[in-house]
Design a protein around this ligand. Structure first.
Ligand code: IMP
Length: 449
C-alpha cells in the first residue's frame, strides 16, 4: 500500500474545536503528495491560505488548490452547497489556476439545498429560546446530513446532472418539505421550478468534475500515488467523539476518512494532528479552559480570532492537554503541528491544563464523553513562564526563546506525541520543522531549502 514516492498517505486533522490552521499545513504538505482529499463537512469550514502574500479564503475547495501539481478531490463524506462551490471555482479560475482534469467531486456527496440553511436557522432559533443554541454556522450542514441519513429527502451531486430524475425527485420532496417547514413555523415558499433550474445550472457547470471518486481514489492508490486527507472542522466537533451535542454533524476526526472516501482504514499511513498553542471555540458548548477576561481578549486580538465563515469572535482560553491527549488518541496522531505560537509572545505566565476536577471533587485526566459531563469540570493548571520576544522571524527551534522551547517540550511531554512542525506566522516560510517523521524519505521535502 505504501506509495513508491516514499510519502505515506497522510491525514491532517484538527485536534481541538476547529480553526487550528490546518489549511496552511495542507498547503505545505501538498508538495509531498499527489492528491488532496476532503472527506467530511461542507462550507462550515473555512481556510485561508497565504503564499507569497496571496490570500485565498475557501470553504469547500481543498486547501492545496494553489499547488498546480496536486489533484483535488471532494469525496463522498462531504455535503456540498453547489452555489458556493461554483463561486469558489470561479474565484480560483480568475486567479489563472486551471482545475480541468485535476479536480474531482464525488457523485455520492450530498447536496446542501436552500431549505437546509433555513431549517438550520430555525432549529438554532428554537434552541436559542431555551438557552441551548449549538451556535452552528447556519450553512445547512446538520439538516443536509440528517437528510442523508434519512435517505428519502436527499439529493446527491450525481443527481444534478440527471435532469429527468432530479425533476421527478424534487416534485416529490419539495411539497413534503414545504409541509414540514410550515409545521415548524416557517412559511417561506419553495419555488420548485426555480430550484430545479438553479440546480441544473450548477450541475451543468460542475459536470466536468463530478465523478465516482471511490474508484478514482482506489485507482490512485493502486498507481502508488500519495494521498493527503484534509480534515474539516476538528476532532472535538466529531459527531460521535466530540463534545456532543455541541458538535458538527460529520465525523470530523481522522475516523471519518474511511467512510468519507471509500478507502479502507489501512490506506492511512500517518496522521498529523494540528493544535493551536492555546484553545479556541466558536459557538456553544463547554470549554473548561475558557478565559472570559483580559487575557482571553488579548489572545483574541493577537490571534485575530474571528471566524472565517461567520466572522464571529472566537472564545479563547489556555491549552487543554486533557482534551488533546484524548483527541490525539482518537485520531491516532503520529505527530503534532503546533500553530499560532507567535500569538503567545508577551504573556508573563502561560497555563497548561493537565487535569480536571469534577463537580464531585474528583480529579480526572480522561476527557469525558459528552458536554454534560464536561460542563461540571474545572481545569487543573500547570503554570509556565512566558516570553517577551516576538518569534515570527524564528526559523529553527534554537531561534526560539528558551521559555518558548520549554513550553513546547511540556506540550510534547504531556500529549506524548512528537511535535513535527511549529508555525510562527501564516506564511509557509514561517514554519519550523522540528522532529523528522521516520516515514518521510523524500529528498525534496518542502521544508528543506
Ligand atoms: P455546523 O457545523 O454549522 O452545524 O456547526 C456546529 C458547531 O461546529 C458550531 O459550534 C460551529 O461553530 C462549529 N464549527 C463547524 N465548523 C467549524 C469550523 O470549521 N471551525 C470551528 N468551528 C466549527
Amino acid at each position: 500500500m505504501a506509495p513508491q514516492s516514499g510519502t505515506p498517505n497522510t491525514a491532517i486533522v484538527g485536534l481541538q474545536w476547529g480553526d487550528e490552521g490546518k489549511g496552511k499545513f495542507v498547503d505545505v504538505l501538498a508538495a509531498e503528495h499527489d492528491v488532496v482529499v476532503r472527506f467530511n463537512g461542507g462550507a462550515n469550514a473555512g481556510h485561508t491560505i497565504v503564499v507569497e502574500g496571496e490570500k485565498l479564503a475557501l470553504h469547500l475547495m481543498p486547501s492545496a488548490v494553489l499547488n498546480p501539481d496536486c489533484e483535488l478531490v471532494i469525496a463522498n463524506g462531504t455535503v456540498i452547497d453547489p452555489a458556493i462551490l461554483v463561486e469558489e471555482i470561479d474565484l480560483v479560475e480568475s486567479r489563472g489556476l486551471s482545475l480541468q482534469g485535476r479536480f474531482h467531486i464525488s457523485s455520492r456527496a450530498h447536496v446542501v439545498l436552500p431549505w437546509h440553511s433555513l431549517l438550520d436557522g430555525a432549529a438554532e432559533a428554537r434552541l436559542s429560546d431555551r438557552g441551548e443554541a449549538i451556535g452552528t454556522t447556519k450553512r445547512g450542514i446538520g439538516p443536509a446530513y440528517a437528510d442523508k441519513i434519512g435517505r428519502s429527502m436527499a439529493v446527491r451531486m450525481g443527481d444534478l446532472v440527471d435532469e429527468a430524475y432530479l425533476r421527478s425527485h424534487l416534485d416529490k420532496i419539495a411539497p413534503l418539505r414545504q409541509e414540514e417547514m410550515k409545521i415548524a413555523g416557517n412559511d417561506t415558499h419553495i419555488d420548485t421550478d426555480a430550484l430545479l433550474s438553479d440546480l441544473l445550472a450548477h450541475g451543468q457547470r460542475l459536470q466536468p468534475y463530478i465523478t465516482d471518486t471511490t474508484w478514482l481514489l482506489h485507482d490512485r492508490v493502486n498507481d502508488n500515488r500519495s494521498l493527503l486527507f484534509e480534515g474539516a472542522n476538528a476532532c472535538l466537533l466529531d459527531v460521535d467523539h466530540g463534545t456532543y451535542p455541541y458538535v458538527t454533524s460529520s465525523n470530523a476526526s481522522a475516523l471519518g476518512i474511511s467512510p468519507g472516501t471509500g478507502l479502507p482504514a489501512k490506506s492511512l499511513g500517518r496522521v498529523v494532528g494540528v493544535v493551536k498553542a492555546y484553545s479556541t471555540r466558536v459557538g456553544g458548548g463547554p470549554f473548561p479552559t475558557e478565559l472570559d477576561n483580559d487575557i482571553g481578549d488579548r489572545i483574541r486580538d493577537r490571534g485575530r480570532e474571528y471566524g472565517t465563515t461567520t466572522g464571529r469572535p472566537r472564545r479563547c482560553g489556555w491549552i487543554d492537554l486533557v482534551a488533546l491527549r484524548y483527541a490525539a488518541m482518537v485520531c491516532g496522531a503520529d505527530s503534532l503541528a503546533i500553530t499560532l505560537l507567535d500569538v503567545l509572545s508577551g504573556f508573563d505566565e502561560l497555563k497548561l491544563c493537565t487535569g480536571y476536577q469534577t463537580a464531585s471533587g474528583q480529579t480526572i485526566d480522561r476527557f469525558p464523553p459528552d458536554a454534560r459531563a464536561l460542563e461540571g469540570c474545572t481545569p487543573i493548571y500547570e503554570s509556565h513562564p512566558g516570553w517577551s520576544e516576538e518569534i515570527d522571524t524564528c526559523r529553527s527551534i534554537s531561534d526560539l526563546p528558551s521559555a518558548c522551547q520549554s513550553y513546547l517540550e511540556s506540550l510534547q511531554r504531556h500529549i506524548g506525541i512528537p511535535i513535527q512542525f511549529v508555525s510562527v506566522g501564516p506564511d509557509r516560510r514561517q514554519t519550523i520543522r522540528w522532529t523528522e517523521p521516520a516515514s518521510c524519505s523524500r529528498e525534496s521535502c518542502c521544508f528543506r531549502g
